[in-house]
Design a protein around this ligand. Sequence first.
Ligand SMILES: Cc1cc2nc3c(=O)[nH]c(=O)nc-3n(C[C@H](O)[C@H](O)[C@H](O)COP(=O)(O)O)c2cc1C
Length: 193
Amino acid sequence: MAETGINILGVSGSIRKESFNTQLLTVALELAERHGARVTRLDLGAINLPFYDADLEAKSGLPETVRQLKKQFEEADGLIIATPEYNGFFPGILKNCFDWLTRRTGPDDPILSAFNGKVAGVMSATVGGSGGIRSLTSLTTQLHYLGVTVLPRPFSLMHAGKVFGDSGALPAESLAVLDETVTGLLRALGKPD
Ligand SMILES: Cc1cc2nc3c(=O)[nH]c(=O)nc-3n(C[C@H](O)[C@H](O)[C@H](O)COP(=O)(O)O)c2cc1C
C-alpha cells in the first residue's frame, strides 16, 4: 500500500504484559501500517511518568519525559487508543498521561498543543461481556474536552480472553470490523479511498 504521509500514534491504557488491549492495539496498528500510515506507539509502562504534581512542575518545570511525550503527540495526525475498563471508567494511567500533556512548556506553547486537531479511533477489550463500553464513553468525553475529534462507533471486544485465544489473533469477523475503524480513521485524516 502506498505511503499516505499520515502519522498514527498508538496508546494502550494497560501496562500488563499480557494485556488484551495492547494486543488489540498491535493488530490495529498493523492494519494502519498496511493501509499506508506511519505508526509509532507509546508504551506507558516504559517511560516512567510520575503522577502529576504541581509542586514538581513549579520546582523543576516539565519533566523531560513529558516534553518528549508532547512532541510525540504533536507529531501525530491521528491517535489509536485501546483502553481497559476499570470500575466503569478508563484507567488512571491514561488520565495521568493526559493531565501532563495539557501542561505547557512555556508561553509560546499553544494551549492543548498535544491534542488540537487530532482525530482518534478508540477501542476497548474486556474479559467480561461489557466490551468496555463505559470506558469508551468516559474516554470519549475526556478526548472531546481536550479538543480531539473521536470517530463514531468505537471498536468494542468482549470476552477478549476467549476471542484472542492462544494464538493472539483476532477472528476474521472481528478483524473486518476493526479494519473499518482503522480505515475510517485514515479516511477522516484525508486518505483517499
Ligand atoms: C481494578 C479493575 C477494575 C476492573 N473493572 C472492570 C469493569 O468495570 N468492567 C469490565 O468489563 N472489566 C473490568 N475489569 C476487568 C478488565 O476488563 C480485565 O482485567 C482486562 O483484561 C484488563 O485489560 P488488559 O487485558 O488490557 O490489561 C477490571 C479489572 C481491574 C484490575
